[in-house]
Every structure is written in C-alpha cells, then in structure tokens.
Design a protein around this ligand. Structure first.
Ligand code: NAD
Length: 417
C-alpha cells in the first residue's frame, strides 16, 4: 500500500510510539496516551431544502484533558472519518502542550461536502450537530473552533444553539467567533501568522538572509491565503499557490490579494491572468526555498518526497507529511517545522479569545500579535534546543517536549478513583 492512503491515526500512533520509546515511559502511561479519552459518534439528521431528510455522521473526540479542557477545531469535509478525527485530537493534545497553553486535545467533524449544502442546510446541520454533542462541550469542558470547511459563522451558530439550551449567552463555548460575539482580533489569520513566526525563527537560526526568498503554498483557504498575504507583505516572493482544483505559478511572484479576488469571483485560483496554470500537485516539487502545505493530510509521501526542492517545509496543515516521506526529507537535510509547532498560532489566539471572554476585557490587535509572537518564539526555541541537545529533528523534539509534559500531568493528577 502506498503511504498516500495510509491511515492517519496509524501514522500518528507510529510517531507517538517512537517518541514514547525515547522517553522510556511506563507501559501504563503509553496505553493512556494511545487511547482517546472520549469518542462520540452521532447521526446528524438534517431537514434538506427539498423537504426530505439526510443523515451525516459527526464526531467529537477528546484525546486528553489532563492539562485543561479539550480544545480543537471542527472539520466539515467529505473524507472525515473517526480515525482522522482521533488523529487530529491527539495532535491537538501535543500542540497545546508545545506552546504551553492550558488545554487538552480534542477535535470534531462531520463527513459532508459543505459546498453541496445551501446556507440554510449548513445552518440546520450545524445546529443539529451541536445539539447532539451538547453535553460533551462547554467553556470548561471542550471548546470547538474552526477548521477545514468551517468558519466564524459556523461558530456563531454553535454558540447560539448552546446558549439557547443553557438559557443565557455562553460565548466561551467556541473560539474563532465573529468579533461582534466576543471573538478575538487577529484570530482569523493567527494560524498563518504563527506559521510565519516559526519560519522567521528558522531563517534566524539557520542564518539565512530573507531577501528574495521564494515560497510555494499548497491550499488557498483560510490558512494558505493568510500565509501568502503575510509573507508577500514581508517581501517574500510567493511563486505558486494551489487549491483543490488546480495550481498557479509565476516565477516573479504572485500578488495574493489579487489571486484571492480572482478566486472569490471564479471559485478557484485556476485561470489567474498574472500566472500560468500548472498541474496541481506539481506545486509541491517546485524549485523554491520554502514550501508550505496548508491543505490536508498525506500530501508529501514516499512517492514525491525525494523530488522536494525546498530546504524548509512549514507544516501549516496538520499531518501533511507521512512518516515514510519524512525519513527521506530528513535524509535530504530538509528542515521541517512540525505541525504541532508550526500551526499552533491558531489555538494560541483561541486561548487568548477564551481568556478575553472570561475577563470580559478585550485586547487590541497589536497586543494579540505581540503576545502571539512571544509564545511562538518561546515554543520554537524550546523545541529547537531539544532538537540540538538530543540531536533529533524538530518533530521528534516537539514530541519529546509535549509527551513528557502530558505524562507528567497524568502522573500528578493520578488515576481516579
Ligand atoms: P480551508 O477549508 O479554509 O482551506 C483548505 C484549502 O485547501 C482550500 O483552498 C482547498 O481548496 C485546499 N485543498 C484541499 N485539498 C487540496 C489539494 N489536494 N491540493 C491543494 N489544495 C487543496 O481550511 P484551513 O482552515 O485553511 O485549513 C487548512 C489546514 O490547516 C488543515 O490541515 C487544518 O487542519 C490546518 N489548520 C487550520 C487551522 C485554522 O485555524 N483554520 C489551525 C491549525 C491548523
């Protein structure tokens, strides 16, 4: 079997196991971390516009809540499976721990292509899903946020449904809300800004001059577009971007703002007039300095890893590189900034949103950015130090740091009863 189709939960466990081997954890703690704390599967029944009903499978999974409430996005995508959500929940446990925020790991999703639903159907589905998982979420329990296929409007519907059930407004049940409902300034682009901060730290430790560096970005949704925009504003040359329908290239650089206008008008980045259309997946192997996968899992695999020319890969997406591919990349001296560090800016500003909501006191956009930079830089250098000290790659280092901290939290709390 090619690793393109390898089960992402198996891959995540494979990585967790090798980290736990290095830490010499006891068999009991190993079992504890390999097993999600709670797996909820629900039938989401929706009244469709044609008067009939349809049923979609939804999940909310908490991997670990020893360090705080569960935290993690909700994904609407046709390929969502229980195993995928389990893997993403485990990555959230590690991510929150790497950046030192007081949350555990959770994730949710519905197996649905949201583009095939009308706005009314999307709202009906979101509200019914919220109702089905309502006893498992809450500001002190488990706090959803946006992920692939969901956005601030979806969060607003979740908040409203939850609040109606409780009888009073509970903004803290979700993050990534609209600003008008208690969202945080900067949350929309926080994942991308955090990713850019980790790229800047990488360039610093590797003593690479930022002038004229070229970047290719896979995925032009929330994370991919904002990465492109922020890097473009900093003077990087964004030579290629892609979405599910195709990729575009211009060796002199694309203007992400204009590409976004084109995408909004036509539905895709394809056919942009100031660039040429290229084969979608060829973006990954373009000659460039920095590659940012910002779409889905299993994109850099055994079959294309050896053709990657970028010297730095920033994992804005979750799990875009398979373990087999990673061995090849490490062998080729490619520096990978792992997802649990690279895309942790989103959950960090989600944490800020939760804190601001609890205090009912909201910060300026500048303050959010400064605090985000503090946390991302601190996490980067902590992971980098472990990598240097233990002579391991950055993913292994991030894993060591996170798993050790979670194992400690489990031991300190002890096992009930
Ligand atoms: P999104 O739905 O806004 O965008 C996804 C983009 O990927 C779309 O442009 C889509 O067309 C594109 N895409 C899908 N399959 C593709 C393919 N095979 N090739 C090229 N492009 C493809 O989702 P998002 O919120 O931007 O999330 C992207 C990634 O970032 C996911 O892995 C997600 O888990 C991760 N992430 C998101 C956040 C967040 O705050 N939104 C936080 C952390 C991590």
């Amino acid at each position: 079997m090619t690793d393109k189709k390898q089960n992402v939960w198996d891959m995540t466990l494979e990585r967790l196991d090798s980290t736990m081997d290095l830490l010499n954890l006891t068999p009991g703690i190993r079992k504890y971390l390999r097993q999600p704390r709670k797996v909820l599967e629900v039938a989401v029944t929706v009244k469709m516009d044609n008067g009939d009903i349809d049923i979609f499978t939804g999940y909310r999974i908490q991997h670990n809540t020893n360090r705080g409430p569960g935290k993690g996005g909700i994904r609407y995508h046709q390929d969502v499976t229980r195993d995928e959500i389990k893997a993403l929940a485990l990555l959230m446990t590690l991510k929150c721990t790497v950046v030192g925020i007081p949350f555990g790991g959770a994730k949710g999703g519905i197996a649905v292509d949201p583009k095939k639903l009308s706005l009314k159907e999307l709202e009906n589905m979101t509200r019914r899903y919220t109702f089905e998982i309502i006893n498992n979420i809450g500001p002190e329990k488990d706090i959803p946020a946006p992920d692939v296929g969901t956005n601030s409007q979806v969060m607003a519907w979740i908040m409203d449904t939850y609040s109606i059930d409780k009888g009073y407004a509970v903004p803290g049940v979700v993050t990534g809300k609209p600003i008008e409902l208690g969202g945080s300034l900067g949350r929309e682009y926080a994942t991308s800004l955090g990713c850019v901060y980790t790229i800047l730290s990488t360039l610093k430790v590797k003593e690479i001059d930022t002038t004229d560096l070229t970047v290719a970005i896979q995925g032009f949704g929330n994370v991919g577009y904002n990465c492109a925009r922020i890097l473009y504003d900093l003077g990087f040359i964004v030579v290629a971007v892609s979405d599910v329908d195709g990729a575009i290239f211009n060796n002199k650089g694309l203007n992400p703002y204009k590409v976004a206008d084109h995408r909004d008008k036509t539905g895709s980045v394809k056919g942009y007039n100031d660039g040429e259309d290229i084969e979608r997946d060829s973006l990954l192997t373009l000659d460039c300095d920095i590659l940012i996968p910002a779409a889905l899992e299993n994109q850099i695999v055994q079959g294309n890893a050896d053709d990657i020319k970028a010297k730095i890969i920033a994992e804005a997406a979750n799990a875009p590189i398979t373990p087999k591919a990673e061995k090849i990349l490490v062998g080729n001296d490619i520096f990978v900034i792992p997802d649990t560090l690279c895309n942790a800016g989103g959950v960090t500003v989600s944490y800020f949103e939760w804190v601001q909501g609890n205090l009912s006191y909201f910060w300026s956009e500048r303050e959010v950015k400064l605090r985000l930079r503090d946390i991302m830089d601190k996490a980067f250098y902590e992971v980098y130090k472990v990598a240097q000290d233990r002579k391991v790659d950055m993913r292994t280092a991030a894993g060591l740091l996170a798993v050790e901290r979670v194992a400690k939290a489990i031991k300190l709390r002890g096992i009930y009863p």
